[in-house]
Design a protein around this ligand. Sequence first.
Ligand code: HPA
Ligand code: ZN
Length: 337
Amino acid sequence: MEEFIQDLPKAELHLHIEGTLEPEMMFKLAQRNNIDLPYKSVSEIRAAYKFDNLQSFLDIYYQGSQVLQQEQDFYDLTWAYLEKAASQNVRHTEIFFDPQSHTDRGIAFETVYQGINRALQDGKTKLGISGQLILSFLRHLSAEAAFSTLEQAIPYKDNILAVGLDSAEQGNPPAKFKAVFDRAQAEGFLTVAHAGEEGPPEYIWEAIELLNVSRIDHGVRSMEDPKLLDYLADKQIPLTVCPLSNVELKVFDSMAKHNLKKLLNLGICVTVNSDDPAYFGGYIAENYQAAQSALDLTKQELYQLAKNSFQASFLPPESKHKLMVELDNYYQNQKAS
Ligand code: HPA
Ligand code: ZN
């Protein structure tokens, strides 16, 4: 099973690049940039990664991001992720970045963007992995701040596929960002939003109806609203689910209680993703693996999850088709062997 999962051709659609900052890289960049870390060792950092909820994670995650200062830092971070993803046969990845975590510290938008984008270009040529960017607004900040971030992104809009919404969900509903998302769509950006991670199903409805999202990030609390479940299945609005993240942030008490398999069996286009792999104990293959063993997922279900990941991606139809053929060939060969 482990090998089947590792080699399964897949796409990753919910990954925060700042969440791929491994403790070793945090030390390396702190040294490069002359920053004092509040930790003495890698093991001390890892020991601090015990979370009670989303906010307790966000506090540590934003603190960690401060070691990212130069364009090369963003390049190194992204490159390390792409190498890891390619080693798990991720064929395509759509990466969130949080510009406000950096611009609010005086780092230029361009520095962040150029570093990440240069690594994505190298990923394509050197690793054969395609990558796209999604600019995520921090929802605990104001709509005005999101507007000003959108303005800064407009010169690069040909290389930024979509805008999204992350950070503290409760009390920061999608409605707060309707005007910004309208403007982003007028500029040609697609839209996604984190919703129904800690927040109620109403936030998922708002993301769909007010922000016109193509996908919901997380969305696991849709389970509380039968009408919403029918709607997601009927319209095939994908959910980018992150199993290890949900257990680490106590959205579910244990992996055995995760609703991934139920959502899949309701015919919803669910996908498996790693969210913030450096903080939650694993990359995409470890997420598939943890869900597989706790929920007893079959090879057919794993195949369906991978197929959904290509279907839910923002790739053009011909690229989607090519990757799905690659996946089908892989699955048929595995079944025969
Ligand atoms: N939820 C909200 N904000 C985030 C997350 C998440 O899963 N990861 C990084 N920022
Ligand atoms: Zn996320």
